[in-house]
Design a protein around this ligand. Structure first.
Ligand code: SAM
Length: 193
């Protein structure tokens, strides 16, 4: 992708069903599938955000396992995808890492199925990024979605994916939402000069 996109999968702070703040568990499927989507669409880095040290050990085991010679030889595509995954304790730490790499703070962009208001669609986000000459840190939720603490820090909220169901149902798995947004961003990135 021509534009500089970083992706974050947030496990804290997250809403539970009652809207309370919680930390969710990392899943093996999210790590692998989202890494593949990020790699396919040219995302710069994929940050897995969790403050739990026990989860760090699990994620490091998964990331480390696919770096081992035997595993890499068995499935080089998977190893290639996981190479862009990074572990951070918080969204703030992700912002700090991106700022170190890019020399400028990223635009924090958030996603959610239920946003009442939004800042615009993918091309609007890329316009802003190009105008500001900043990378984008695109955040996805787990559990019942990103908590207000993260939403309030955002510079841009993307229009939800509305789908085409007659009753308005649009609750995608995070893996599906990531793939759809990255495809839309890649197309918007291509059509821009
Ligand atoms: C709330 S989590 C649900 C996690 C769930 N346990 C799973 O299976 O992935 C899903 C995340 O994907 C994104 N998402 C899902 N559906 C969406 C939609 N229709 N529009 C925008 N983002 C969506 C949001 O980032 C949301 O926080």
């Amino acid at each position: 992708m021509k534009d500089n996109i970083y992706l974050g999968l947030v496990h804290a702070p997250i809403c539970n069903k009652k809207g309370e703040v919680v930390t969710t568990s990392v899943t093996n499927l999210d790590i692998h599938d989202i890494a593949r989507s990020c790699r396919t669409f040219g995302v710069s880095k994929y940050f897995i955000v969790t403050p739990l040290q026990a989860q760090h050990e699990l994620v490091n085991r998964i990331l480390g396992h696919w770096e081992e010679d035997k595993a890499a030889a068995y499935n080089p595509d998977r190893q290639d995808a996981l190479a862009i995954a990074r572990l951070v304790n918080s969204v703030e730490e992700g912002v700090k890492k991106i700022t170190e790499i890019e020399g400028i703070e990223p635009i924090i962009a958030v996603t959610g199925a239920n946003f009442k208001e939004n800042s615009g669609v993918e091309s609007d986000l890329l316009n802003k990024a190009r105008l500001d000459k900043r990378p984008v840190f695109l955040l996805f939720g787990t559990g019942w979605g990103l908590h207000a603490h993260v939403l309030d820090q955002a510079h841009f909220s993307l229009e939800p994916i509305f789908g085409a169901s007659e009753d308005g149902y649009n609750h995608l798995s995070v893996r599906s939402a990531v793939a759809i947004y990255l495809d839309r961003l890649a197309r918007a990135s291509e059509t821009k000069k």
